[in-house]
Design a protein around this ligand. Structure first.
Ligand SMILES: NC(=O)c1ccc[n+]([C@@H]2O[C@H](COP(=O)([O-])OP(=O)(O)OC[C@H]3O[C@@H](n4cnc5c(N)ncnc54)[C@H](O)[C@@H]3O)[C@@H](O)[C@H]2O)c1
Length: 286
């Protein structure tokens, strides 16, 4: 495994990948981001520049630090440009076959010492690792959304992973200012295994107990001291993302509470996805 992680790759610069790349460049790490088109590369760079700019406005970093961070980011559509990376974090769409194909291709591009990490939320890291000839260097690095804001990274160990790969991913997460934990490749890892059925229970209570989203959120913020109400949290996560994660967890573990409540499936089908569409349980300004 690499003695020192000097250069990292991020594959897929969507919601998560762009945020993860931002974390890395802000922490001073040279980063190569790979997307499927030049246009998506540019869009990701603009998003990262926008969020760094907001940080400058709020006094969290200087304009010079913003420019230095952006200068550490290169983007490419060619997987071969990840050749010199000591760690690659994959954040492409949540599809097993696409991820397995990517990891197989990555293995031929990066050096033998490089660590390969997936940001999957609901797929088996082991199944992804098994697509490669070197599963010992494949781990999960599960960041939370928004990655630049939330400190947690679940560092996921499969039974095939080496101590060196897991330790390298853990140490790197700490180095870039995150708060990693170690966990195993079990469905939902730690947070989603708890949070998904819990949020589903909250939604079921809306109908069972005949309370409004406003009152449910008020109950949990003022009675239990949650920092955000469950309905506001689902709006933030995205109703579609939450339903998808619920289906995956239910499929893996079969517990009824894990299945998405009908009300959420209806909201998803009607396009009431939460903050990203301006309407979910609550309405949001554009
Ligand atoms: N959104 C969340 O809240 C969240 C949180 C934690 C983990 N995740 C996981 O992170 C991953 C990405 O999720 P997202 O929400 O950022 O998705 P997204 O759809 O916003 O971004 C995925 C990006 O990957 C790109 N892409 C697809 N195939 C590619 C390839 N072969 N090479 C390079 N780029 C490719 C797409 O063009 C797209 O821009 C998923 O595995 C998801 O489960 C998501």
């Amino acid at each position: 495994m690499p003695r020192e992680i000097r250069k990292v790759g991020v594959v897929g610069l969507g919601t998560m990948g762009a945020g993860i790349a931002q974390v890395f460049v802000q922490a001073g790490v040279e980063t190569v981001g790979r997307e499927v088109s030049r246009e998506l590369c540019e869009r990701a760079r603009e998003r990262i520049a926008h969020y760094l700019g907001r940080g400058v406005e709020k006094g969290r970093l200087t304009a010079a630090e913003k420019e230095a961070a952006l200068a550490r980011l290169t983007t490419t559509t060619e997987l071969a440009d990840l050749a010199g990376c000591d760690l690659v974090v994959e954040a492409i769409l949540e599809e097993l076959d696409a991820k397995r194909e990517l990891f197989r291709a990555l293995e031929d591009v990066v050096g033998a010492e490089a660590v390969l990490a997936t940001n999957t939320s609901a797929l088996s890291v082991t199944e992804i690792a098994r697509a490669t000839a070197t599963p010992e260097r494949v781990v999960g690095m599960h960041f939370f959304n928004p990655a630049p804001v939330l400190p947690l990274v679940e560092v996921v160990r499969t039974e095939l992973a080496s101590d060196e790969a897991v330790d390298a991913a853990f140490a790197f997460a700490e180095r870039v200012g995150k708060a990693p934990i170690r966990c195993n490749d079990t469905p939902g890892f730690v947070v989603n295994r708890i949070l998904i059925p819990l949020l589903n229970d909250c939604v079921r209570v809306l109908d069972e107990a005949g309370v409004t989203p406003e009152d449910l959120d008020k109950a949990m913020t003022t009675g239990v001291n949650w920092p955000i109400g469950p309905c506001a949290l689902i709006d933030l996560i995205g109703v579609d993302v939450h339903v998808h994660a619920s289906e995956a967890l239910h499929g893996a573990l079969g517990e009824e509470r894990m299945a998405p409540p009908e009300r959420l499936v209806r909201m998803r089908d009607e396009g009431l996805l939460g903050r990203k569409t301006g309407r979910g349980f609550f309405s949001y300004d554009a």
